[in-house]
Design a protein around this ligand. Sequence first.
Ligand SMILES: *Cc1c(COP(=O)(O)O)cnc(C)c1O
Length: 358
Amino acid sequence: MELINFNAGPSVLPTEIFPELAEAVTNYKGTNMSLLEISHRSSTFVEIIEEARQLVRELLKLPEHYEVLFLTGGSTTQFALVPYNLLPVDGVAGYLDTGTWSSKAIDAATVFGDVDICGSSEQDQYRFIPKDYKIDPEWSYLYLTSNNTIYGTQLHQMPETDGVPLVVDMCSDIFSKPIKDIERYGLIHASAQKNLGPAGTSLVIVNKNILGKTGRDIPVIFDYLEHIKKKSVLNTPAVFAIYGCLLTLRWLKKRGLNRIAKDNEKKASMLYAELDNNPLFIPKVRNSEDRSIMNVTFDLAKAGHEKTFDVFCENHGIVGVKGHRSVGGFRASLYNAMPVEAVETFVKMLQDFTWRFG
Ligand SMILES: *Cc1c(COP(=O)(O)O)cnc(C)c1O
């Protein structure tokens, strides 16, 4: 049975990349060497990371003064590196609290300076995106999480910031659509394992003009400027994961971000339409303008139905549809690599479930 993989991360990758990725393990491009065994300083790897960097620039139309890094440590490491590199010792940064990942970013920033939490939806279990918050033009940056993987909310419109640079955790929606007004962003970070490639590397895109202004000493390994100088090979990067990203980036380029965005909209609207109309299911996010097109979260309407639904999913080849342990319920992650047809199949399965158990 062909499986449909709704895992939230690590998650589905384009099936088209696997033959090349697999071949690289035993014989990378006829070199008789495994990509797992070569130096990260070899010309073979330098070509890989350079092409990956170039594709990121092309896909997001990055201006010259933006740098592209592939670092280790996940987005969780970026929670600390962002304030370390961007929050001056006597500075203040604004943070919007839209869930677990932004709370963790806030905790990390508090170690380095003053944090102004400008809005929070914690009171409502993070089921919406706060909107009426004040932005202080004195802030060093405004930190946002564009897609809240656990709750299924998404910021579809970036706020007007009056020149304050946006720093955005795009871990779970990077490359799901083109980015508008890139110059408004000071920094974007995203671990690979949601929408970009295998786990092990994180993409960091940064406007280099905002770096080097904190007035504090930063150990080399935590300093974005040092990583820029060394072109992401200051120390050993995640060689194989970066190759996986390169193959995904080529796939993205072939489709184009406009088509990707269209397909993502289509998948999400199909699934939300079913959840809204089917009496057995309740979408967790009521406000449609805050709904994520990447992670669709829902509950079952009838108590005691969950076990039945679990088994039904298993029998239909549906994998990874359980909600995050902190919120329960269910979640279908519809990342770029999830085909439209797979979501159609899932919607039909929900209808079958209702016909049998409704
Ligand atoms: C998964 C996720 C993270 C954490 O990524 P790690 O690679 O585990 O550090 C951070 N932010 C968001 C929005 C995520 O979805």
